[in-house]
Ligand binder design. Structure first.
Ligand code: NDP
Length: 485
């Protein structure tokens, strides 16, 4: 098993790293190395860049219908390989296989969505007086970089790659070093789908090597990055003075606000998911649960009861709702935050410890954890833990809920539970997040703008926003002499 080698995909073929260096890749469910992943360097990035820039003239002028056929075929092939991809994703990431299967469908959907989207992409035209007209040309940027994290590996990888390719760019993409497997499999599928060599290149390895080489590369025109806020800051500090286009989707500390006039059953049911789906490793998870005083005790009792009923176990088990935490360093980080929460005066209502399922004793499992009694400004209420840990706290008024919710540096997403029409709109208007869900969570229409405010990032992905990001607008103003025959 440890012989499996996950190489780069450059110029339409798998390629070993030029320096022939590999990193151990661990299966978090067992805490064991199961493969070796190529540890790329700037030399590998340069090779990928050469392939991408060679492919650009032809790809950037490929007719929309031809691009549609290839990108749509990639989607079909991912769907046809759903099981294989899901198992690979789960092996790498630790998430339950049933969940990975759903995510693989969504990865395919990303390609399908932008395959059709680029067929309908249009630019503006603005007529002026005296026979003058402006029109906007939208050209692909050239070679662009897509850098993605480990939590929803192929889903987030494809969410960037698909619009970049659809808009006519050539791409160098880097998955997280912790979750390289499905990105590696994607290479095979792209070749099978007829994507010309060099249009998509996947360079595996560490952020500090491959990621930095992409960000500092003089001829890479744009960086689309999803990951932590500290990494985003570093990327911005390098790329901004180089005048690269930047899209940064960063961390979150999302409030889940439950008013006493809500549908309590639905709020509790969904809050269990929004707290613990994918082990809480979704940037959109609601990690701060604010509950109005009148229903606080009832909510808490029923919520904790449901959390206690969740199964944590090996990802292959059909009844595991939570699998393993992605890596040992992250597992230790999450456990460290639980200790910090106790020091900050928090009381554990449930969870708070690591688990060791039979046959998987060395895996990285943490019980879903609910903490009460933390101050709104406690570090555990302000910093992103990104694991199966939520804090629950009471509030009295709308203003108080808003103050707490907006009190964090992050501004990615928020969920509001209320049946009061005006309150719902008022809160949505005042909350400082890029995404607001009212009486629901994680419903995603791919046409909507996706992204955060404050420390959660810059720019928006999704729909036209993504195609606009991956193209350069050029205004052409032309005056026609209307008086001449
Ligand atoms: P990181 O920021 O550590 O890494 C993200 C990616 O960037 C990885 O591929 C990483 O490589 C790479 N990277 C690391 N350092 C550099 C660098 N100096 N230059 C260029 N690339 C670099 O995030 P995580 O992988 O830990 O992901 C978790 C984070 O992602 C959380 O904060 C989460 O909130 C956020 N996230 C945000 C989402 C959003 O849409 N807003 C969605 C999902 C997650 P490697 O790991 O191989 O070193």
């Amino acid at each position: 098993m440890s012989q499996l080698k996950l190489n780069h995909y450059i110029d339409g073929a798998y390629a070993a790293p030029l320096k022939n260096q590999y990193l151990d890749n661990v299966n978090p469910a067992k805490g064991e190395v199961y493969s070796q992943v190529a540890s790329g360097t700037s030399e590998d990035v340069e090779l990928a860049y050469k392939a991408a820039s060679k492919a650009f003239p032809a790809w950037s002028t490929t007719p929309a219908e031809d691009k549609f056929k290839i990108l749509n075929r990639i989607a079909e092939l991912i769907d046809e390989s759903n099981e294989r991809f899901a198992e690979a994703e789960s092996l790498d990431q630790g998430k339950p296989v049933w969940l990975a299967k759903n995510e693989m469908k969504r990865a395919a959907q990303n390609f399908r969505f932008f395959a059709t989207g680029q067929m309908h992409f249009a630019s503006e035209s603005h007529a002026m007086e005296k026979g003058t007209i402006n029109y906007t040309l939208r050209k692909p940027l050239g070679v662009v970089a897509c850098i993605s994290p480990w939590n929803l590996p192929l889903y987030l990888f494809s969410w960037k790659i698909a619009p970049a390719l659809a808009a006519g760019n050539c791409v160098i993409a880097k998955p997280s070093e912790f979750t390289p497997y499905t990105a590696n499999l994607l290479g095979e599928i792209c070749t099978k789908a007829g994507l010309p060599a060099g249009v998509l290149n996947i360079v595996q390895g560490l952020g500090q090597h491959v990621g930095e080489a992409l960000v500092t590369h003089e001829d890479i025109k744009a960086i689309s990055f999803t990951g932590g806020t500290a990494t985003g800051k570093r990327i911005a500090s390098i790329a901004a003075p180089m005048f690269k286009k930047l899209s940064l989707e960063l961390g979150g500390k999302n409030p889940n606000i439950v008013f006493d006039d809500c549908d309590l059953d639905k709020a509790i049911e969904t809050s269990v998911k929004s707290s613990f789906l994918n082990q809480g490793e979704i940037c959109l998870c609601g990690s701060r649960i604010l509950v109005q005083k009148g229903i606080y005790e009832r909510f808490k009792e029923r919520f904790v009861e449901k959390v206690n009923a969740l199964n944590v176990g090996p990802p292959k088990n059909k009844d595991s709702f939570l699998g393993a935490i992605v890596s040992e360093p992250h597992y230790k980080k999450v456990l460290g935050y639980i200790e910090m929460a106790k020091e900050e005066g928090g009381q554990l209502l449930t969870g708070g410890m690591s688990l060791h399922p039979k046959g998987h004793e060395k895996g990285f499992y943490i019980a879903p954890t609910v903490i009460e009694g933390l101050k709104a400004k406690a570090r555990c209420n302000l910093e992103e833990i990104f694991g199966p840990v939520v804090s629950i706290m009471p509030f009295e008024t709308e203003e108080e809920a808003l103050t707490i919710a907006n009190g964090a540096d992050y501004g990615l997403a928020c969920t509001i539970w209320t049946n009061h029409l005006e309150r719902a709109h008022r809160m949505a208007n005042k909350i400082q997040t890029g995404i607001v869900w009212i009486n629901c969570w994680l419903l995603r229409d791919l046409r909507t703008p996706f992204g955060g405010t404050k420390s959660s990032g810059v720019g928006r992905e999704g729909g036209w926003e993504a195609l606009r990001f991956f193209t350069e607008p050029k205004n052409v103003c032309i005056q026609v002499n209307l008086n001449k025959p």
